[in-house]
Design a protein around this ligand. Sequence first.
Ligand SMILES: NC(=O)c1ccc[n+]([C@@H]2O[C@H](COP(=O)([O-])OP(=O)(O)OC[C@H]3O[C@@H](n4cnc5c(N)ncnc54)[C@H](O)[C@@H]3O)[C@@H](O)[C@H]2O)c1
Ligand SMILES: N[C@@H](CCO)C(=O)O
Ligand code: NA
Length: 436
Amino acid sequence: MKPIQVGLLGAGTVGGGVFTVLQRNHEEIERRAGRGIEIAVVADLDQERAAQIVQNRAKIVTDAYQVINDPTVEVVIELIGGYGIAKTLVLAAIAAGKHVVTANKALIAVHGNEIFAAAREKGVIVAFEAAVAGGIPIIKALREGLTANRIEWIAGIINGTTNFILSEMRDKGLDFEVVLKEAQRLGYAEADPTFDIEGIDAAHKASIMSAIAFGVPVQFDKAHVEGITNLAAIDIKYAEELGYRIKLLGITKRTPDGIELRVHPTLIPKDRLIANVEGAMNAVQVFGDAVGTTLYYGKGAGSEPTASAVIADLVDVVRYQSVPADKRVPYLAFQEDKVINTVVMPIGEITTSYYLRLKVADETGVLANITKILADQDISIDALLQKEALAGQNQTDLIILTHKTQEKRMLSAIEHMTKLPTVLGGVIKIRLEELS
Ligand SMILES: NC(=O)c1ccc[n+]([C@@H]2O[C@H](COP(=O)([O-])OP(=O)(O)OC[C@H]3O[C@@H](n4cnc5c(N)ncnc54)[C@H](O)[C@@H]3O)[C@@H](O)[C@H]2O)c1
Ligand SMILES: N[C@@H](CCO)C(=O)O
Ligand code: NA
């Protein structure tokens, strides 16, 4: 049988990996798929770079529509990125009746509902394993492997760039900017690295996982997003002293009042496996009612790890293209007419524990005032660390860990604390999750 003909849009970091891995493992891949896979035509605006990557293994064109409209092309891989032209091209490919494989989490998170609706109409597959946690088969795990479970929550380190930055800053004392440049050089960072450092990329991925876990539409616009740019080195240090590590987590939880969907720096107990995921590595922890906790670990970025997921999707297309559309695993794991519009709770409504850092005057009665404010909001203290005042200074750092409370109660307590004359400056608040 003739190999399935694939068209590639965007021959960059990931596209290069797809060529390399397909070539190196073509025998194994064909034995698994039951049919060869051949990238026949590639579109890239940067002809020079594309030529270096493609190395005469496929025809190269500049115009993406030449790929989409090529009658021999059955599957289009979209590796351009972003939700601008990529959206137009993916919808055009679907309209032309092509199956689509994409690594583009921004596109799926923002326009996924529209794209899946168009694909359903045309009966084509849209596969996006590479979009969440790169090479880790987390989409497959959530959609298929865990399908017996009522999933309760997911928490993941799903952005390699920020995990790399946090690890290098902590271990080597390197500056934020230096580490970010290195992440860019290694090909981990997004075209616009603010997507990484401001938590947007992680929120894209968390929104996709949330939809698949809970049978809700993709709701990136409802996610609460905080990145790592306001995180101070001193908080990483104090967290360590208290037995915690700070990670940028993407979290989604089922609660009786709705779904929590949030990305922010989070304290995690140091002895949790996920707390020890370092460098650009990713890990996703999923709690299902039947299976309990499961953990998925691996490379979430980089050329070949991401290509691993793209090619797995290509193999799925080969295997399932002849299966009638309504008999395939649904795009978002739940049957389309069973997707429910469960509310995503505003951040004030969520419940979690907290780390607080206050700069306080080194005077008697300071602590009593602060603990009273917390008690008034019904917030219970779990641990307290008061640093010794430096010689000649009559101010000191006070660190408080609380038990779980509602965010709006905490915000109210912080407002009251800030008004105390003995609390100097703002109160730093970082959320804390036990993940057990
Ligand atoms: N790099 C990673 O580790 C990684 C991991 C997971 C997912 N992704 C996702 O994979 C996608 C590709 O990432 P990448 O790192 O390979 O990007 P890249 O910037 O290395 O490659 C993108 C390529 O697309 C080309 N391009 C841009 N506009 C085009 C157009 N209109 N027509 C044709 N080609 C065009 C560019 O010239 C470039 O060669 C993105 O969606 C990214 O978020 C990347
Ligand atoms: N910029 C992303 C690439 C993988 O999606 C990261 O750093 O994880
Ligand atoms: Na993946």
